[in-house]
Design a protein around this ligand. Structure first.
Ligand SMILES: Cc1cc2nc3c(=O)[nH]c(=O)nc-3n(C[C@H](O)[C@H](O)[C@H](O)COP(=O)(O)OP(=O)(O)OC[C@H]3O[C@@H](n4cnc5c(N)ncnc54)[C@H](O)[C@@H]3O)c2cc1C
Length: 463
């Protein structure tokens, strides 16, 4: 099978789908959205906490792009939810200080919320008594209450944006695992080699497309521009093109437990605790309210060997060995010789196999929570964090070659910021001349344009 298109996007998570939306809204060109799964949003984009995070906790300088993307995207998501009647539960988040030493962090968050464009009324610092007045089960030294944090279902959001992109002409190629990429500078094309996979892995109760399904090396896809939005696999694809050779990644499984009634409904908002080790991807699990109303605790961050390891340590021994010996080795060696990292990683593993350890982490701020209230496991999701010689890379990275653009390390609050971050990716493509050879679409009258509810100028405001 041979396919050809102007733009190929690998990865139909919330990021790849949103990029396809903007490109198809703005340009007259053929766009192929490719995924190894049979439909969109099969991985992290459907396996997360489901919170539209307001940017009060994001450093306006060090996390500038993510902070601004979160701010712009809040309006874009709320418009989409309203127009298509998608769940939108604006319940708010209480982020608690576990002791007095964390109170200054709350004050810093208040300043950051304003610097990131939130309105004064949206956040409020509460003392311990004020927290108990609105959430009697929560004990802490104080908290910041972010009133506009919202619980949603990002899988549904992604499918909705995909429907709009399809109406704009985007084509989807599913069950297609991209395994090789070659850039041919002379012909001005990129050639993707892909294995077409049979059936959905989920139908077999397995999670890793690479391991679970039949493999046939049959597809070749030729494109003029490649966009790599392959989530936990995007660094591997970038490596194939000779990019980011100094970087590697680690995968952390975030697990959840469902909290039973009647205790669950005693808590009405999301409850997070201030991160003790912001330099590592380890937060204590939160108490969360799902868009469906279900209450859960989680996620922890259990080190596993790949982006499809939804249970156990690894999807296969081969994957584990490849991960251990994957180059570059030195960032991993540095991290694995850090006692602090190892101690924290062990704590996460403990809360994976011990329900009581998981419960204990949330009991720090909800003391009445009992192990017997945790009745079943929720859906886990995997975060892929990029590391270099100096540790975890804090922001998403956008890398380019002559005919391709790669987004790596696209982590939380990636789902929140996707409408705006994807527009930012398109503006980078525009600026660097990647889109010069494509014809711009004529502007359609607003009332006829089903996709006008997302405006590009608004999405890229202040970026
Ligand atoms: C536990 C957890 C909780 C989170 N909670 C939140 C939250 O509350 N709020 C928030 O804003 N963010 C949250 N996030 C972050 C957010 O979910 C992610 O940033 C976002 O979903 C990433 O989207 P993506 O499109 O980059 O990746 P994905 O959704 O993983 O999509 C990547 C796609 O690429 C495909 N793919 C990969 N390799 C190949 C290949 N070789 N060939 C073809 N296809 C390929 C995959 O099948 C997949 O569909 C959370 C993340 C985790 C892990």
């Amino acid at each position: 099978m041979r396919h050809s298109c102007d733009i190929a996007i690998v990865g139909s998570g919330i990021l790849g789908v949103s990029i396809s939306f903007w490109l198809s809204k703005l340009y007259d060109c053929s766009i192929l959205l490719i995924d190894k799964e049979g439909g969109v949003a099969h991985h992290t984009s459907s396996r997360n906490t489901g919170v539209v995070h307001r940017p009060f906790y994001l450093n306006p300088e060090k996390k500038k792009i993510f902070a601004r993307c979160s701010q712009n995207s809040y309006t874009l998501w709320s418009k989409l939810a309203l127009k298509f009647n998608l769940p939108w539960r604006q319940l708010g988040t209480i982020e608690v200080a576990l002791d007095d030493s964390q109170i200054p962090t709350l004050e810093k968050y208040k300043r950051w919320s304003l610097a990131n464009g939130m309105e004064e009324w949206e956040t409020e610092i509460l003392n311990a008594k004020e927290v108990r007045e609105i959430e009697p089960e929560v004990e802490c030294a104080g908290a910041i209450y972010s009133k506009t944090d919202t619980c949603v279902d990002y899988g549904e959001f992604t499918r909705c944006v995909f429907n709009l992109a399809e109406k704009n002409g985007v084509k989807f190629l599913g069950n297609c695992d991209v395994v090789g990429i070659e850039e041919n500078g002379e012909c001005g094309v990129v050639m993707l080699h892909a294995r077409e996979l049979e059936n959905s892995s989920r139908a077999k109760g397995e999670n890793n497309a690479h391991e679970a399904r039949g493999k046939r090396f049959i597809s070749e896809i030729e494109c003029r521009l490649l966009i790599n939005a392959a989530g936990g696999c995007s660094l591997d694809l970038a490596h194939q093109m000779g990019l980011a050779k100094n970087l590697t990644d680690l995968h952390f499984r975030g697990e959840y437990w469902v909290v039973s009634e009647p205790f669950a409904s005693k808590i009405r908002r999301n409850v997070y605790s201030v991160a003790k080790y912001p330099e590592f991807p380890f937060l204590d699990p939160h108490f969360i309210v799902r868009a469906s109303g279900r209450r859960e605790i989680g996620p922890n961050a259990v080190l596993v060997s790949g982006p499809g390891a939804y249970s156990g340590l690894s999807s296969s021994k081969k994957e584990l060995l490849e991960k251990i010996f994957e180059r570059p080795l030195s960032p991993k060696i540095k991290l694995f010789t850090s006692r602090k990292f190892l101690a924290l990683a062990w704590k996460e593993w403990r809360s994976s196999f011990s329900k009581s350890a998981m419960c204990g982490r949330v009991k720090q701020f909800i003391p009445a929570l009992e192990e017997k209230f945790l009745v079943e496991r929720g859906l886990s999701g995997i975060r892929s964090s990029v590391i270099d010689e100096s540790g975890f890379v804090p922001e998403a990275l956008v890398l380019e070659s002559e005919k391709s653009l790669h987004v790596i390390n696209y982590n939380s609050p990636g789902a929140t910021g996707a409408p705006s971050f994807s527009a930012y990716v398109v503006s980078v493509l525009k600026e660097k001349g990647f889109l010069d050879s494509f014809t711009k679409k004529k502007k359609i009258a607003q009332e006829e344009d089903h996709s006008e509810l997302w405006n590009f100028e608004f999405a890229t405001k202040n970026l």
